[in-house]
Design a protein around this ligand. Structure first.
Ligand SMILES: *Cc1c(COP(=O)(O)O)cnc(C)c1O
Length: 230
């Protein structure tokens, strides 16, 4: 199957999942997770109508930007970002989805300030409380929102989560539901540089469940590009 056919199938499944729970399919964005796929594959996904591209590694991002791979679509950073690489990413992407520590947030805010820009970000929540994963606990997320005014050069547009790997259908719903409740709790707080339009959750194996639980952005790699060759 071609990338275009895969994107069409994912769109169809997105629509079905949205309609099944009475949501407008237009509320949900499709982010192509492009890691390990080349510029030509990225161009095909954009031509097929994905809403944005998400890149995991700084080097890959910069290489593909040099090749003008993302023309016509916003590009997001979705991988773990080391503070020493913040300079290479801030101002170069439309959204950093994976702000996973206050240390990183501070570095992004400082760099955005230096550049005189407002950097859009999401806070990454470690919703499965996994030792192996970066991200804030729900409680840390709420506490951070309370003092987000300390970071005036970022705009928090919402939350992102990668729940534990699951091979059982529906198993991740409890995590998606927790994320939805957290996003509602944050919506009830009023802070100048915070909106919670974006709830980024759901990947190839579980995006229909994520949509049922309120996701507004799914990040899909394998279902668009096929299995990755590590
Ligand atoms: C790779 C990746 C995805 C997509 O995963 P698939 O299972 O291939 O759809 C989504 N989000 C992040 C952060 C990723 O690294």
């Amino acid at each position: 199957m071609s990338i275009a056919e895969n994107v069409a199938l994912v769109r169809l499944e997105m629509e079905r999942a949205a309609m099944a729970c009475g949501r407008d399919p237009k509320e949900i964005k499709l982010c192509a997770a492009t890691k390990m796929n080349d510029a030509e594959a990225v161009r095909q996904a954009i031509a097929a109508g994905v809403d944005c591209c998400g890149e995991n590694r700084v080097q890959e991002l910069l290489e593909k930007q040099k090749q003008n791979a993302y023309a016509g679509a916003p590009v997001h950073f979705i991988g773990h970002l080391q503070t020493n690489k913040v300079r290479q990413v801030v101002g170069k992407v439309d959204l950093i989805q994976s702000v996973d520590s206050e240390h990183l947030l501070r570095a992004i805010d400082a760099e955005a300030g230096r550049q005189g820009i407002l950097q859009n970000i999401l806070l990454e929540v470690n919703i499965g409380a996994e030792e192996s994963k970066w991200g804030f606990t729900p409680q840390e997320t709420l506490q951070l929102i309370d003092k987000i005014g300390q970071y005036p050069n970022v705009r928090v547009q919402g939350l992102m989560a990668i729940p534990p790997i699951s091979h059982i259908s529906g198993e991740n719903r409890k995590f998606f539901q927790k994320m939805f409740h957290l996003s509602v709790d944050i919506k009830n707080k009023i802070e100048d540089n915070v909106t919670v339009e974006c709830l980024s959750m759901g990947m190839s194996g579980d995006f229909a469940d994520a949509i049922a639980c309120g996701s507004t952005m799914i990040r899909v790699g394998t279902a668009i590009f096929g299995a990755r060759n590590y």
